[in-house]
Ligand binder design. Structure first.
Ligand SMILES: CC(C)(COP(=O)(O)OP(=O)(O)OC[C@H]1O[C@@H](n2cnc3c(N)ncnc32)[C@H](O)[C@@H]1OP(=O)(O)O)[C@@H](O)C(=O)NCCC(=O)NCCS
Length: 177
């Protein structure tokens, strides 16, 4: 069975990361949880990635000043061995938008590695990281019609609260039993 790990973004995954970005482009799905809002997908070279990795790592660091509307966030890459398979973002707090729609945790798996259980296992690992961060409950949301994401949340203990717009909102209780 595939093994899923969470690691911090790292240049050593450059080749499989670049292949994954091209796949997302062809597939048309968004790289949720990547934090790569401004990535120019025409340049997926090592230097471009190095700049992005530095920015992503800085966003979790207490000394980094964040732009208005951006909360502190730890970015992880979901990997299997030395291969990049996806993204997971753990936001340390919620602002108004995240409380309504975005939630604490966002994630995506590269199209060719879906349906192999990576998202389910990665979210489980992400919840353990959230607990270590001191969060006692975590909000995770998905689009009403996103069956795979909905299953991912529900199998990880998400308790449905409500739907706002097209977003189903779930809370996962992290308090020790
Ligand atoms: C949603 C997403 C992360 C799921 O990743 P994945 O690695 O394929 O998910 P898993 O293999 O862990 O499967 C999770 C569950 O969804 C089910 N599932 C996966 N793909 C499915 C599909 N296309 N249709 C129906 N069910 C599906 C699996 O059977 C599994 O259910 P189970 O726990 O009952 O067995 C992936 O489809 C993706 O990256 N989508 C685009 C980005 C996105 O939507 N991110 C989530 C934002 S809220």
């Amino acid at each position: 069975m595939a093994v899923t790990d969470l690691v911090r973004p790292d240049l050593r995954f450059h080749a499989s990361w670049a292949a994954a970005v091209r796949e997302f482009g062809k597939d048309g799905t968004t790289m949720h949880g990547s934090g790569l809002w401004e990535l120019d997908t025409r340049d997926l070279g090592r230097a471009a990635l190095a700049t992005e990795v530095e920015r992503l790592l800085a966003q979790s660091h207490p000394a980094t000043e964040l732009p208005d509307g951006i909360v502190r966030c730890t970015y992880y890459w979901i990997v299997e061995g030395e291969e990049f398979v996806g993204y997971l973002a753990l936001r340390h707090e919620l602002n108004d938008f995240l409380l309504e729609e975005g939630g604490h945790i966002g994630y995506s798996i590269r199209p060719s590695r879906r349906r192999q259980g990576h998202a389910g296992r990665a979210v489980k690992l992400g919840l353990a990281e959230a607990r270590d961060l001191g969060l006692d409950r975590v909000l995770i949301t998905c689009d009403e019609d996103n069956v795979a994401s909905r299953r991912t949340i529900e199998t990880n203990g998400g308790v449905y609260e409500d739907t706002r717009g097209i977003k189903r909102r779930y809370w996962v209780d992290l308090a020790p039993a």
